[in-house]
Design a protein around this ligand. Sequence first.
Ligand SMILES: Cc1cc2nc3c(=O)[nH]c(=O)nc-3n(C[C@H](O)[C@H](O)[C@H](O)COP(=O)(O)OP(=O)(O)OC[C@H]3O[C@@H](n4cnc5c(N)ncnc54)[C@H](O)[C@@H]3O)c2cc1C
Length: 390
Amino acid sequence: MTTNNSTEQRRIAIIGGGPGGLTLALILQQHGISSTIYEREHEDLSHERGGSLDIHEESGQLALKEAGLYEAFLQAARFEGEDFRLMDKTGTLYLDEVADEEISEEQRRPEIDRGVLCDLLLNKLDPSTIQYGYKLEKVVSLGEGKTELHFENGHLTVADLVIGADGAFSRVRPLLTDTDVEYSGLTMLELNVIADKHPDLAAFNARGKMFALDDHKGILGQLNGNGRIKVYASFNASRDWLDEIRNDNPQEMKATLLELFHDWSEPLKNYIRYAEDAVVPRRIYMLPVGFRWERNSGVTLIGDAAHVMSPFAGEGVNLAMLDALELAIAIVRNKQTPVAIEEYEEKMFQYASEKAYVSNENLILSFSENAAPKFAALMQSYQDLYEQQG
Ligand SMILES: Cc1cc2nc3c(=O)[nH]c(=O)nc-3n(C[C@H](O)[C@H](O)[C@H](O)COP(=O)(O)OP(=O)(O)OC[C@H]3O[C@@H](n4cnc5c(N)ncnc54)[C@H](O)[C@@H]3O)c2cc1C
């Protein structure tokens, strides 16, 4: 006799096919457990699906190992992308780190573009697992752990376990809490420079990341695997400011940025001048540090849906993949869904709140007075700690 809670029969619905949702479905697949991912977008085979991400040993890399993708990841990853330059607005360098070839691959934090990472996961996933063009509209709790899912395309289904992996503006989260994301006050305008067209800036940026922090603002550059330098012009702005400039054309937006950074060094202003004519405005949102929700016996969240934070700890994708690993292991271990959810959430709330705290501290520091030397000191303290721990 089988029961509704048996591993074999559970209908597992994962909302969102980003790095978190894909990793979860793949690790479950590795353990012979099927699930369905509902993704709002249509299939996209281009690699232009987000910027470069560094994948950490204790989280993202661990999940890739469990998913059977570690070797493939090492082939695709860019170790030189770890290079890091830190300066102030005059271009005075505080750090100029070149990736250490000597340390083992596992101890490093190689970079991979989000689209390449998603493709690695997708290529190993049974294609029937993912349903494209399914935008979740609302979720309704039916009791006894069952949840009804309503999609914008008219599809309706019931699941025994629903996992919200649908990012910062999760449609699953409202079933668990009234808490919503808050605007952090930081706005980023994302630009793209084609490195080959601008060898002077390519040399200035070098192989990895460049952070220029000063006057409560920042220009962040990051060379991606596709030869583009992704640029984030970052500053505090009121919520309305972005709405006001949103309808400006890209040249007008770039002119506004050049005005905002008028007294920054010429190479730094070149990140704006040389950018192609596409500007993506982003407000940085976050959930409160230490955020948790009332337990539901058939619904949980992973990744940004559970703990979106500012990108200043570089943890977002790593946590999404660690959540996927922890939840998958809990599902494999426990036939009873509520027990699996409890086991996963208790662990996740703890580590996610620690990372959210660090991310928030880093955000405050990065946009404070004399941010570049302070950021350099912070990086040095991490390095000292790392060396002490051997
Ligand atoms: C500017 C910037 C820089 C960043 N830099 C870094 C970094 O250096 N390192 C790092 O670790 N992290 C970084 N991050 C964060 C990282 O991108 C996210 O934390 C990570 O992508 C979260 O993965 P996820 O799978 O939880 O969600 P997402 O990647 O947001 O994926 C969610 C998926 O759900 C789908 N979806 C959304 N709503 C619905 C719906 N209603 N129905 C169905 N599907 C839906 C979306 O289409 C998407 O495919 C950065 C973020 C930003 C904004």
